[in-house]
Structures are given as C-alpha cells and as structure tokens.
Design a protein around this ligand. Structure first.
Ligand code: TXA
Ligand code: MG
Length: 309
C-alpha cells in the first residue's frame, strides 16, 4: 500500500481510524515526519520498532494537543510548565515523571518512570490529535540509522509503501525537537534541536545542564528499568527460586510472552511481565527468543536486565 493521504477532512479521518485499529500512519509535524501509533496499544507500539527495524527499544515521544492533555500523562513542575506555556505548540519535548496510572503502553516509554511529551505545531497533526481523541507516540519516520524524513514521499519510500502518510507538505523545521529533562538537580538539555538552548535558558532564568559539546544520546543515559532479582537467559527450565518467562508455549512457564510465538505480542508484554515476575520476588529465567525481527530488540533489553549489576 503506497498511499499518500491529503491532509483534508477525509485524509485525517482515515488516519484517525487507522490509529484506532492499531495501524501506523506517517504524520507531518513542524520538525520532521513521525511514524505514529496509538500510545495505549502495546502491539501498535511494537509495530513501530518492527517497522523501523530498530535493534533496541528506546522511549518514544508522546504527542499531545496541549499542556492540559499532557498533564494526564506526566507531572509538570514549575519549570516544565513555564516551558510548555512558552514553547507549545512547538519543537520542544519535555521529559517529566510519568503518571503511573496514565493510559500508556509500557513499551511506549521503554518501561521508564519518565515520559517525553510534546505538542506539535502543525495544523494537520493537531486536527488528527483532535479527531483521534488521544495522544499518539511517534519517532521520526525513518528506518533505523537513516536520516529523518521531511516530505510525505520520503516516508513512503523509506518503508516501501507499507505505511500510509498524511501529507502535510514539507516540514518547515527539518530538525527534530529540542529535548529537556528535569532531573533532581535541575533542567538538562538531552538533545539539541529546533529551539535553541539559550532561548530556553532565558525563560528559565537558569543554565541547562548538559548544554554545550559532548551531549550524550538521549535514551542511552536513561536508567532503564531493571528487575531486582537475577535474570538468566536462554533457559530450558526454571531452577529453584526462579520463575520461568516463556515464549512460544514454553512448558512450565509462569508467564508466556506469546504462547503463539508472535514477537509483536511478546514485545508488547515484555515490560509488564518482567515487572509482574519481579513483584513475586523471584529470580527470572527466560526461555530462548529468536534473534530476528523484533526479537533482536527484545533480546537487547533482556541482556541489559541480565547484565551483572
Ligand atoms: O521532532 C521530533 O521530536 C520528532 C517528531 C516526529 O516529533 N520525533 C523524534 O522522535 O525525533 P525520535 O524517537 O526519533 O527521538 C526521540 C528521542 C529519543 O532519542 C529518545 O531516547 C528520547 O527522545 N526520549 C523520549 N522519551 C524519553 C525519556 N522518557 N527519557 C529520555 N529520553 C527520552
Ligand atoms: Mg529519530
């Protein structure tokens, strides 16, 4: 399907129903085109990683209409609120503490206790957010390791026509949003982007930590959720004190990531099942998971959980 949908009422309606049914849509923003999925649907979010061919799960940006909607997902302190009031809608992503009860798939934030939020300044995408009625997650709509798309045709060629695109014209910005996080010791620049660090500092009346050379890639520094117990990979069976996390119908599994062996379903369940087994105070033995497609990202996450701490 190589469809480009004009950003009129009909196109926006089709995009909203595709999100509703768990599908992906390319969406225009003022920075770059995004690959959007229903943030509350774990399998739809898994499809993003599958489609991008990403070998690891990183947290995704939740796109919201405005600050009021954003507040249902994250906690805004004074500084975050000031920045949202000044720069939204616009190319600024704010990483704030996640509201644990928010209707958001765990895979959307890669199981982190924080959530990245932004309100895009693009009329078509604002109309889509209104039509869909809930926020969507959207990384840039490029295959892993390739440059970000700024036209609808870039998106269709990137994914060989697998993903329909809402055509909002060329993106005026062309570079991704600036990302600011709010750690205990104050606001920090996590990624430079469409809004200059100096402009943000002027609003805050304070320096941003991490502004300047040598910024680390966001998501790499984020402290990922790690179970308290030991994690053992490629296990055939559970040993004493272990709960077995199965895949594809593993005999004796306490929980099975996907009894039918569907990697998308397994990705959608991964963070939730790790938490559930961890809550039982067990060490976790994990059945082998194929190192292909989404299995690479699942295994990457599991290897981090199993690494000595
Ligand atoms: O302009 C943009 O931001 C575009 C458009 C589509 O909105 N989106 C975009 O998304 O650039 P993506 O996924 O390519 O980059 C998002 C970055 C990732 O590097 C991710 O690690 C970081 O945001 N990020 C998201 N949530 C985070 C969190 N809770 N903590 C730390 N980093 C986070
Ligand atoms: Mg990107």
């Amino acid at each position: 399907m190589s469809e480009i949908w004009p950003a009129n009422e009909e196109g926006i309606g089709r995009a909203a129903s595709r999100l509703e049914s768990g599908g992906l849509v390319g969406v225009p923003t003022e920075t770059v085109y995004g690959l959007a999925a229903d943030a509350a649907n774990g399998e739809a979010v898994a499809r993003i990683f599958e489609t991008k061919g990403r070998p690891a799960f990183n947290p995704l940006i939740l796109h919201v209409r405005d600050l009021e909607q954003a507040r249902r997902f994250g906690h805004f302190g004074d500084a975050a609120r000031q920045l949202a009031e000044r720069f939204w809608p616009g190319p600024l992503t704010l990483v704030v503490p996640l509201d644990e009860g928010a209707p958001l798939a765990l895979l959307a934030t890669a199981g982190l206790g924080t959530v990245g939020l932004r309100s895009p300044a693009h009329q078509a995408t604002q109309e889509l957010l209104r039509g869909f009625g809930r926020p969507f997650v959207a990384p840039s709509a490029n295959r892993s390791g390739r440059i970000s798309p700024t036209r609808a045709e870039h998106v269709t060629s990137e994914f060989a026509g697998q993903v329909p695109v809402l055509d909002g014209g060329p993106c005026p910005g062309g570079i991704e949003s600036t990302i600011v996080g709010f750690a205990e010791d104050g606001p920090a620049l996590l990624r430079p982007g469409g809004i200059a660090a100096e402009e943000i500092e002027a609003v805050l009346g304070a320096r941003l930590a991490g502004a300047g050379p040598g910024i680390q890639a966001p998501g790499m520094t984020a402290s990922h959720y790690a179970p308290r117990g030991q994690v053992r990979l490629n296990a055939g069976a559970a040993q004493a004190g272990e709960a077995l996390l199965g895949f594809g119908g593993t005999a004796g599994a306490a929980l099975d990531l996907s009894p039918s062996g569907d990697l998308r379903e397994a990705a959608a369940n991964l963070f939730d099942y790790l938490r559930r087994l961890d809550a039982e105070d067990a060490d976790i033995a994990v059945a082998p998971i194929p190192e292909s497609g989404l299995g690479r990202a699942i295994n990457d996450r599991l290897r981090r959980a199993a690494a000595p701490r």
